[in-house]
Ligand binder design. Structure first.
Ligand code: TYM
Length: 333
């Protein structure tokens, strides 16, 4: 039995990329493992968030995760800010990680853009908090999409440097669990960009709560190229939009890309898009309905998250207290 940790930012609404790249693996890994799943609200505020919207979206995304199959009686589901051990360990890691390491993070470069003087310092040390999230639990398995792999390498560098600096083997090695075909779902408007909540065009993504008409419309308008679909995955090379739609289809139907092209190859995109719409609708309708049902009772969601936070704190507090002791701090009480 392994201890699994993963997190999602509670901004906007989780989309099909989050689902296929991460959430569906979280659900699968609950079986036979100890799953710890976190709504990372402290990460969310590295970019300004409207406080009312953040509170509402934290609840909606908690409901969504449960609707996708995260079972709070089996796994631990909670919001990051409720377990102070994360911030305590993150501070220690701020003092372990080197400026140069963080300066090389591609996600920081992308998010900061040209005006680095104006971004929050939290955005810069974002990966240190992420390392703390995982290591506060001594979790070793981390299911994520491949956009997070550089952050996980950094988490291992931090763990190693901590162990070296304080002559210990306290922090374990983390193993990213990145599942091949679904590790990077691309935008429906541009096959070179990943599907993302921060894309200004809502047409670029399928939100897990989109209604059936919206799903159909987004897939109908999804960018394609003028050629027919090929008959073999190798021929998707250089055709990112076609590859993305075939990849999403294969993941949802649980078949290979070769099988998708055996069914839909050598013809235009119309048929594939129609069938893909049916698949997405079939997958998301129960998730949307269950999310709406759960979201109607925010007090119940708050209770579940608070109970999850108490269970999370019971694991993380002694680990972080020991890290503080190793660094040379006196006991808190
Ligand atoms: P976030 O909120 O951006 O995304 C949550 C998860 O969804 C995956 N993902 C995707 N997978 C495939 N295709 C896509 N287009 C796509 N977009 C997002 C992400 O890889 C992620 O697994 N920093 C993290 C949250 C985090 C975390 C952690 C993760 C904080 N602490 C500790 C793991 C362990 C983030 O912003 O994910």
């Amino acid at each position: 039995m392994a201890r699994i940790f993963s997190g999602i930012q509670p901004t906007g609404i989780a989309h099909l990329g989050n689902y296929l790249g991460a959430i569906q693996n979280w659900v699968a890994l609950q079986e036979g493992n100890e799953g710890i799943y976190c709504l990372v609200d402290l990460h969310a505020i590295t970019v300004w968030q409207d406080p009312h919207a953040l509170r509402a979206q934290t609840r909606t995304n908690a409901a969504l995760l449960m609707a996708c199959g995260i079972d709070p009686s089996r796994s631990i589901l909670f919001h990051q800010s409720a377990v102070h051990a994360h911030a305590r360990l993150a501070w220690i890691f701020n003092c372990v990680a080197r400026f140069g390491w963080l300066n090389r993070m591609t996600q920081f470069k992308d998010k900061a853009g040209k005006d680095r003087e104006a971004v929050s310092t939290g955005l810069f040390v974002y990966p240190n908090l992420m390392a703390a999230d995982i290591l506060a639990y001594h979790a070793t398995e981390v299911p994520v999409g491949d956009d997070q792999s550089q952050h996980l390498e950094l988490a291992n560098d931090i763990a190693q440097k901590f162990n070296h600096d304080y002559e210990t083997e306290f922090f374990p090695v983390i193993h990213p669990r990145i599942i091949g075909g679904t590790a990077r779902i691309m935008s429906l408007r541009d096959g070179a960009k990943k599907m993302s909540k921060s894309d200004t065009s809502d047409q670029s993504r399928i939100n897990l709560t989109d209604d059936n008409d919206t799903i159909a419309q987004k897939i109908r308008r999804a960018k394609t190229d003028p050629a027919d679909l090929p008959d073999h995955p190798e021929k998707l090379e250089g055709r990112p939009e076609a590859r993305n739609l075939v990849g999403i289809f294969a993941a949802l139907a649980d078949i290979t890309q070769a099988e998708v092209l055996r069914l839909h190859g050598n013809q235009g995109f119309g048929h594939l898009k129609e069938q893909l719409t049916a698949l997405v609708v079939e997958k998301l309708t129960p998730i949307r309905e269950e999310t709406n049902r759960l979201a109607a009772d925010p007090t119940h969601i708050d209770t579940i998250l608070q109970q999850g936070a108490a269970r999370a704190a019971a694991i993380a507090n002694p680990i972080v207290a020991e890290a503080e002791r190793l660094v040379g701090m006196l006991p808190a009480a």
